[in-house]
Design a binder for this molecule. Structure first.
Ligand SMILES: [Mn+2]
Length: 281
């Protein structure tokens, strides 16, 4: 896609037609839906044999690690409301930058990190009770240093999980961010270990998996097998510049040669086939 979209009636059947079993939804749009619309969304997904997972990056006004208690309270309420909508759609996974906020670069970030970390833990300890009651796995996603200062590595994400101390808090690893921050793909996956419950995969420059890039995917899949990974693999690639998505995630050139809808469909099929082949071994 070029722009963030809530056009589920187009993209859920499309995902099914391309052979996918899961679609991940950028979740804040869910809050704009009525209860009936959420139930309809779930039905549309069921009719297409598609499971929905939910992801988001919190905005500054909902920053769970903020030094400002009012902002943290807003964040706790916002995420709790989202969890309720996700539950209404019988969703099982909420993931993303749901421990601080996206593109958070406070002054003196290094020195303010310990306090921000504690603030995040306290906020999540409130939210996680809602997640526990609704049986939703809450997956924190470490991202690269330019997008958040709190969690950049698997090790830091596990540290947060241990501090929150709930069976519902887990880790999401994203191969794009891992390429920037981790010692290696396998070592990061093994560090996350039993906490690893969700994955975003793309090449190092966020091209679809298997279409050329720096990542050794055999290393990734072998490590996933080694830790007994049972979660979902979400193909999170970003290829098309010029729209709101390109603006937000920094797609400033065509990441694949053909960015027409047919071209993107073809690449999605190729990436899916690549993953299925890797899973066979
Ligand atoms: Mn991601």
């Amino acid at each position: 896609l070029k722009d963030w979209s809530n056009d589920f009636s187009t993209y859920i059947p499309k995902a099914a037609k391309l052979g996918f079993e899961v679609i991940e939804i950028n979740t804040p749009g869910l809050l704009q839906l009525s209860a009936k619309e959420v139930v309809d969304l779930k039905k549309l997904a069921d009719d297409n044999n598609i499971e929905i997972t939910y992801s988001l990056g919190l905005g500054a006004q909902h920053n769970l690690s903020s030094p400002d208690e009012t902002v943290r309270k807003n964040g706790v309420k916002f995420v709790s409301d989202i969890l309720k909508q996700v539950s209404l759609a019988k969703g099982k996974v909420l993931s993303g930058i749901i421990y601080g906020s996206w593109k958070d670069h406070p002054d003196n970030a290094y020195h303010s990190r310990p306090e921000a970390f504690q603030n995040s833990v306290k906020s999540i300890q409130q939210i996680i009770k809602v997640a526990e009651d609704l049986d939703i796995t809450y997956c924190v996603e470490p991202v690269n240093r330019f997008e958040n200062f709190l969690l950049n590595t698997a090790e830091q994400a596990v540290e947060l999980c241990r501090a929150v101390d709930s069976p519902n808090i887990k880790v999401l690893l994203d191969s794009f961010h891992m390429c920037i921050e981790e010692e290696g793909m396998a070592v990061a996956i093994e560090t996350a270990g039993s906490y690893l419950a969700h994955m975003h995969i793309a090449e190092n420059h966020r091209r679809p998996v298997g279409l050329g890039g720096l990542i050794n995917w055999d290393e990734v899949f072998n490590a996933l097998r080694k830790v007994g990974y049972k979660g979902i693999l979400v193909l999170e690639h970003f290829c098309i510049p010029g729209g709101s998505i390109g603006q937000d995630v920094g797609v400033l050139r065509d990441l694949v040669p053909d960015i027409s809808e047919e071209g993107i469909d073809r690449d999605n099929r190729k990436a899916l086939a690549f993953v299925k082949e890797k899973l066979k071994r």
